[in-house]
Design a protein around this ligand. Structure first.
Ligand code: SAM
Length: 225
């Protein structure tokens, strides 16, 4: 069931995804999704009939206006989630990990690991985590890109070429690194799909973003409810 849900989220075409197919409406399960205006959370909830929605955002004041008035917007850091253990049945995180950055690539990776451990903590036993994340297959270039974006951020320069605004620092992980972080946290990976992205020539030839893509990962926290 969850794989169907996850695939629908990935494709953003949830027409085949109904509350009867997920069974979620009966149980009114809570969701928490870190991100922005709550667009994806609203999409998921409206098709699955799920209520009790939480959206955790670092800069909550910037997203005061959620797309659905029933979403509980909570300010908080994904690396130290302001929720008790086992609060949620499902957790969705989309394009979050590569924004968790420190002053070095190593510290950035540690933050991604911290967030994944927090995801595990706040999901109940038997609950699910759905991760949608952009990846870079080359560790070397992902690391180079991190330091370039860090430098440009300090210099207050935007990198329009890469489609980034000022002050955006990115630390893309490789699919293997993401997989390892989940495995190290003790969660079981149920689904892992990578969707390579066709990149414009200008990005391809710099090599920095020549092999990027989107990853869909579904993991479970084993145990009895
Ligand atoms: C690329 S946006 C993705 C937004 C949304 N998830 C989406 O896919 O449309 C990354 C989001 O992560 C938020 N963010 C960055 N660091 C965070 C942290 N430590 N804890 C929670 N949210 C964070 C940013 O404020 C931003 O809204």
């Amino acid at each position: 069931m969850l794989q169907e849900v996850a695939m629908s989220i990935q494709s953003k075409t949830p027409s085949s995804w109904t509350s009867s197919s997920t069974g979620a409406a009966k149980h009114q399960r809570s969701w928490r999704w870190g991100g922005g205006s709550g667009y994806m959370l609203d999409l998921v909830a409206s098709h699955a009939g799920i209520s009790n929605l939480y959206n955790c955002e670092l800069v909550a004041h910037a997203y005061r206006q959620q797309v659905n008035e029933h979403i509980n917007l909570v300010g908080g850091d994904a690396c130290h989630l302001p929720f008790k253990d086992g609060t949620f049945d499902f957790l969705i995180a989309k394009n979050l990990l590569h924004h968790l950055v420190g002053m070095t690539r190593g510290r950035s990776k540690k933050k991604a690991g911290d967030a994944i451990r927090e995801f595990k903590r706040v999901v109940r036993k038997g609950g699910y985590i759905v991760l949608l994340e952009q990846y870079n297959e080359h560790e070397f270039f992902a690391s180079a890109l991190f330091y370039i974006s860090l430098l440009f951020s300090f210099l207050n320069i935007s990198i329009r070429w890469f489609g980034w605004n000022r002050k955006v620092i990115v630390s893309f992980l490789t699919p293997q690194q993401i997989k390892s972080l989940f495995a190290e946290s003790g969660m079981r990976i149920e689904l892992l799909r990578c969707y390579p992205l066709a990149v414009p020539r200008r990005l391809k030839y710099t090599l920095l973003m020549s092999k990027i893509g989107r990853m869909l990962l579904v993991a479970t926290r084993d145990g009895i409810t």
